[in-house]
Design a protein. Structure first.
Length: 256
């Protein structure tokens, strides 16, 4: 087979020229267009990936914020519930205290009214008994009883111990050496002399003695000087009786 080398070289040259021209003017543009296209696609993929990351971050942030919001809401609800319970308990305790105070005031008022009533009743009864006994003893007093009262008074003066005698002596001196003897009845001169003698012997000399009638001293006699006294009267027994009666009535009233 005969080969035309000239034609062959021309065809090879033309092919290479065609390839060069295609690469130079066509393939370059196509490759560049493909590269640009690929770059755009890659950029879009990168942008999409970035958007995806941002969307994921935004979703995570939203979820976290939502969780924090729910936790805060739950916390606020719990705090509000606890505050409401505490306020309710406080109000209930306040109401209970006020009710107890009102109840206590009512009970105290009832007790005071009860005590005041029975105290007034006891005082009236004691005063009436005291007045009745005083009148009865005054009506029953006679000369013989009065003599025995003077004897008892003299006995009490003689029975003074040293301490009491010193107190009476100092009281007489502090009172200007003036002594007053009061009695519900008149004392005879002879009995006055006996009283003065025993006072001088038992207490002191150098005093002025004065006698006074005092009907309030029921069947009794008193020596008073500068805040001190020596006395004997049925008043003492009446007062003891009244005190005993009052104490008994008080105990019975409290027991009731």
């Amino acid at each position: 087979m005969h080969i035309d080398w000239f034609v062959l070289f021309c065809q090879i040259f033309n092919f290479l020229l065609l390839v060069y021209l295609l690469k130079r003017f066509l393939f370059g543009r196509i490759i560049k267009a493909m590269d640009d296209r690929e770059a755009k696609i890659a950029a879009r993929f990168a942008e999409a990936e970035e958007l995806k990351v941002k969307a994921t971050e935004a979703a995570g942030l939203y979820e976290k914020r939502n969780q924090l919001l729910n936790e805060a809401k739950e916390k606020m609800l719990n705090e509000a519930t606890m505050a409401a319970d505490a306020k309710r308990k406080e109000l209930m305790e306040k109401v209970r205290v006020e009710v107890d105070q009102v109840k206590a005031r009512w009970q105290d008022m009832l007790v005071r009214e009860h005590d005041a009533f029975f105290y007034d009743l006891r005082q009236r009864a004691a005063k009436q008994l005291y007045a009745t006994a005083r009148k009865a003893l005054s009506d029953l007093a006679d000369a013989d009883l009065e003599e025995r009262i003077v004897d008892e008074f003299i006995r009490r003066v003689k029975a003074l111990d040293e301490e009491k005698s010193i107190q009476m002596r100092n009281a007489i001196r502090g009172g200007g050496n003036k002594v007053i003897i009061q009695s519900a009845f008149s004392i005879s001169a002879s009995r006055q002399a006996q009283i003065e003698e025993v006072l001088k012997k038992q207490i002191t000399n150098g005093f002025t003695l004065r006698y006074m009638r005092q009907p309030e001293i029921v069947s009794g006699i008193e020596l008073r000087v500068n805040g001190h006294k020596i006395a004997w009267s049925l008043n003492e027994y009446l007062e003891t009786l009244v005190e005993s009666l009052t104490e008994t009535l008080q105990k019975e009233a409290h027991a009731a």
